[in-house]
Design a protein around this ligand. Sequence first.
Ligand code: SF4
Length: 465
Amino acid sequence: MEIKLDFESKENTILDFKKILLGDIDIKKFSVKTLKENEEEISLEIRADGLKKIFNLKNYTNKMVDQKTVMAKAGLLLLFEKNYPWGALVGVRPTKLVRRFLIMGYSFEEIDEILEKLYFVFKEKRELLLEVVKTENKYLNDKGINMYVGIPYCPTRCKYCSFASYEINSKLGGFYNEFVETLIEEIKLTGEMLKGKKYNIESLYFGGGTPSILKENDLEKIIKTLYENIDLSHLKEFTFEAGREDTLNLKKLNILKKMGVDRVSLNPQSFNEEILKDLNRNFNRKHFDEIYREIKKLGFIINMDFIIGLPGETVEDILRTLDQVKDYEIDNFTVHTLAVKKGSRLIKDNYKIGKIENEKIEAKIKEITTLKKLYPYYLYRQKNTHEWGENIGYSILGKESIFNIEMIEENQSTIGLGGGAISKKVEKIDQTRLSIERFINPKDPYMYICEMRERMKQKNKLFEF
Ligand code: SF4
């Protein structure tokens, strides 16, 4: 697409936008001419291959430097009559944009207007976005940091999985014992790295993989090593992903309780056992229910994750699963839209996402969240999903996961330990911009075991604070 603009702009961002939201249209020439620009108003003439539209809008540029570029992109949607629920918003973290507008000094009302008139975001998405940001703002704290521990093993690998996860019975599963030893050593080295430094770890999160695959004594040893080597006295929450019921028993739950875990995630994804089996995910409903009852008895805050759009599931199947959520007393409810990601079996099988009737599903989610007094508190969007769907975390008031909020907003630094863990150093450049440096541990347990010590030296440099 040839681009002609009468103002300064990064043309690449317009090309990327076209590729993402108008990928099915072949556009030869695209031009934008400024017809009027004063303190009150901006008027652009937008043309593409014989089509023409005039786009008039209030001038927000006293605070927003790239208004004309955004208008040019949104103008493409106008020209080709494309209506998307999220309009011209293409980032995976729309809440970050809203927070940036807030920092620039816009009110929530003004932001709503900008999202409507400049980005063409539908009313229900705008309301969702603003509600989430209002909640997040109560919890965000850039004075704290968080810690993530990655256990890259699972009983079997789900076909849609793109995470750091290897089957425990595979060749790499054979390195389990060495992996645990290496992780313990990494925790000790991290303790040394942090010695004498001022830091407040607010949240600790065990993810993966499925951390509850750890054997009982390893589970206890790893958490004990953390307490002995890292200052966790500022911890506000300790989350443990116990996503797969086939890894859980009462003994492990008791250890988690004893070791200070206060939140667990038990993730059925669907209650359709046949579908889960086809996706290479074991699921035994009777055992799941027993585990759920024990989790409740022990008093953990409980989250359940579900995926909308699993291969083979009809809308009726999804509604049936969602209806059954009502039987569980959950504090957090996370709804993902299926994404076909690199590294998953689905992508190797060339699986194509079809259309689903969102209205019925959204109405059912609304019914459940209203009934259970759950409200949205974090969200992010994903590429390669049903119409760029969003993932939404709902929570009962006061039970929100601050780790999830901080991760999505990239507001705190993260110390990552274990397989595939990402460490991030987040620093403010100015009021609205952050610098984020990342350091990723190898996903592959064997590589992690071989390289941990060497990589620890690089991590030391990252956290020279
Ligand atoms: S349980 Fe989660 S991490 Fe494990 S294979 Fe399935 S999707 Fe991947």
